[in-house]
Design a protein around this ligand. Structure first.
Ligand code: PHE
Length: 347
C-alpha cells in the first residue's frame, strides 16, 4: 500500500471516530470538522495533491479511493448532522415544561368605528327602500359644491360654509350636496325616479372644540321624480328617525333656509331622554335639532336639465357625528377622530 493510500485509510478512520464523538457535541463542532476534512483547504484536498507524484498505473486506482472516501465521509457527516439536530430537539423538549392548563392569551379583536356603524345602519335602511348609495368626491369643484347648489360666486350664503380652497375653482367639499348635482346629471328619468343617499366626509374652516370639527361626516339624501311632495319628505324622515331613535319619537319641521331647497326646513326630533318634558339634552325645549332638508329648488333641477314643471324632489343632509353623539351620549366630537381604543371599544 502506498503512503497515500495509507493516509487515506487513516483519514477515513479518524474522521469517522471523531464524528462519533461529535454526535454528543454541537452543530458548531460538526461544521468545523466538516471544513477541516472536506473543505477546500481540508485534509482530503491536501491528500489529493499527492496524486500527481504517483505512477500512471496507480493514479486511477488511488483516485477512485479518494472519491470513495469522500462519498463515505460526506454521508457520515450528513448522518451525524441529523443526529445532532435530533439531539438538540430532545434536549429542548426535556428542559421545557409546557403547562397546558394555563389560560390562553386573549387576542384583541377590533371592530368597526362607531361612525362606520352608524352610516352602515342608515345605508341598510335606505337600501331596503330601493335607494342607491352613491360615492362623491371629497375634493370637489367650486362649481358642484356651490354654483350647482344655487350658490353663485359672491352669494352671501357661501359664508355659512367657509371652506378650504385648493385653487380658486377646487376646494374641500363643505357638504355632501354636490353629489346631488352629479347624480341628477347622470340619471335617466325614463327608468323611474331617482332615489339616492351619499355618505361621506366634509370639511369646513372651523375651530375644533367639543361640538365642532373642521372635518365631519354627512349623509346626503335625494329623491327626484314625478309628484314627489313635502309629505314624502316628512314620511321618509319620520321613518328613518324612528328607526334610529325609537318608534315613540316624533318629528317637527321648522322653516329654515338653504339656497338649494325651497321651502327649506330644519328637522327636530322629540327628546329621547325626557320624552319632551325638557332636560339637559334638549336644552329644556323637548326637541333636538337633527338635520336640514327641503324640496329641491327648481333652479337646481333645471341646472341638471330636469324639467321642474314635470319633476320635483326632496333632499336632506344629516350629520353622522350628531346622530352618534345623541344616540350614545357622546359629549365631545373629538373622540371620533383620536383613535383611542378606550373610546372606540365602547360602541
Ligand atoms: N347641505 C346642507 C348642510 O350641509 C344640508 C342640507 C342638505 C339641507 C340637503 C337641505 C337639503 O348644511
Amino acid at each position: 500500500m502506498s503512503n497515500l493510500e495509507q493516509q487515506l485509510v487513516e483519514l477515513r478512520q479518524t474522521t469517522l471516530e471523531q464524528l462519533k464523538e461529535i454526535q454528543h457535541q454541537g452543530e458548531k463542532e460538526l461544521q468545523d470538522l466538516r471544513v477541516a476534512v472536506l473543505g477546500k483547504k481540508g485534509s482530503l484536498t491536501d491528500l489529493l495533491k499527492g496524486l500527481k507524484d504517483l505512477s500512471n498505473d496507480m493514479k486511477p486506482i488511488v483516485g477512485k479511493q479518494v472519491n470513495e472516501v469522500r462519498d463515505v465521509l460526506t454521508a457520515a457527516f450528513e448522518e451525524t448532522a441529523q443526529k445532532v439536530a435530533a439531539a438538540k430537539i430532545q434536549q429542548q423538549l426535556a428542559s421545557e415544561t409546557i403547562d397546558v392548563t394555563l389560560p390562553g392569551r386573549q387576542v384583541k379583536v377590533g371592530k368597526r368605528h362607531v361612525l362606520t356603524q352608524t352610516s352602515e345602519e342608515i345605508e341598510d335602511i335606505f337600501l331596503g327602500m330601493g335607494f342607491q348609495i352613491v360615492d362623491g368626491f371629497e375634493v370637489e369643484k367650486d362649481y358642484y359644491n356651490f354654483e350647482r347648489m344655487n350658490l353663485p360666486k359672491d352669494h352671501p350664503a357661501r359664508d355659512m360654509q367657509d371652506t378650504f380652497y385648493i385653487t380658486e375653482e377646487i376646494l374641500m367639499r363643505t357638504h355632501t350636496s354636490p353629489v346631488q348635482a352629479r347624480t341628477m346629471d347622470q340619471h335617466d328619468f325614463s327608468k323611474g325616479a331617482l332615489k339616492m343617499i351619499s355618505p361621506g366626509r366634509v370639511f369646513r374652516r372651523d375651530t375644533d372644540d367639543a361640538t365642532h370639527s373642521h372635518q365631519f361626516h354627512q349623509i346626503e339624501g335625494l329623491v327626484v321624480g314625478e309628484n314627489v311632495s313635502m309629505g314624502d319628505l316628512k314620511g321618509t324622515l319620520e321613518m328613518i328617525i324612528k328607526k334610529m331613535f325609537g318608534e315613540e319619537r316624533q318629528i317637527r319641521l321648522r322653516p329654515s333656509y338653504f339656497p338649494f331647497t325651497e321651502p327649506s326646513v330644519e328637522v327636530d326630533v322629540s327628546c329621547f331622554k325626557c320624552g319632551g318634558d325638557g332636560c339637559n339634552v334638549c336644552k329644556k325645549t323637548g326637541w333636538i335639532e337633527i338635520l336640514g332638508a327641503g324640496m329641491v329648488h327648481p333652479q337646481v333641477l333645471e341646472m341638471s336639465g330636469i324639467d321642474s314643471t314635470k319633476y320635483s324632489g326632496f333632499a336632506f343632509g344629516l350629520g353622522q357625528e350628531r346622530i352618534a353623539m345623541l344616540r350614545y351620549g357622546i359629549n365631545d366630537i373629538r373622540g371620533f377622530y383620536q383613535g383611542d381604543v378606550r373610546f372606540s371599544e365602547q360602541f
